[in-house]
Design a protein around this ligand. Sequence first.
Ligand code: PAF
Length: 280
Amino acid sequence: MELLRTVAELRQRVRQQRAQGRSIALVPTMGALHAGHASLIRTAAKTGDFVVVTLFVNPRQFGPEEDFSRYPRSLAADLELAAREGAEALFTPTAEEMYPPGSATFVEVEGLSNRLDGKSRPGHFRGVATIVTKLLAAAEPDRAYFGQKDAAQVAVLRRMVRDLCLHSELIVCPIIRDSDGLALSSRNTYLSQEERKQALALGRVVRRVEALVAHGERKAEVLLATARASLAAEPALRIDYVELVNWDTLEPVSTATLGTLFAVAAWIGKTRLIDNTILS
Ligand code: PAF
């Protein structure tokens, strides 16, 4: 496993691989890798591509009151996991490398950036779109892998790739859950034992909505009211949003159809967690 620190090193390495006839796969992460990231890396490695995992806790996607400074960092364990799952290089730039002094260019996906997580975390998707554009520009991957757990992020990035005519194909991998149904997230490490139990309400509400749809319910107002009632049964949980939206536009829908995104975000103590399902 190679550790690459600069954009120049990354660019040189992927160009070398490309010259040898290999395609390039990028798995952008903020580190604190878990089984969800492992599945992205494994899926990327199966194609035989040269797999580069990027590990950068991007300061520009955190609000001033958010958890940037305490976001979990575990480079040694991340290296081990990435290598085990088939990554061949890990790109870990400094903040100065990604944002040199005077850095003044941002990418904003208008409209989508202010919905769901973008509404409660102003500036978040601008930070995500900017860093992912930079990573795609630096590595020029054929494919880039993202988890469905960040479904709104996926919608923003898909639109960005289309609008900017970027070369990379975005591959979206399913949510990975613990055996009790909690969607894996690096932020789960913030939860106390008690909070972890309370957090199970998110996975439960996702299953509840899936079951209602499977039984023929399609009306958004019914599905959302049931979801809110189900979340209210866990008093320790504070709802941020519960939404039923078109996954491309992130606009609310009145009727659930194939591919509609049901998404939820909630606070458990000081930890904000998200979960979702794409209705089938
Ligand atoms: O999903 C994440 O971990 C981050 O938002 C990403 C895509 C790596 C950009 O910093």
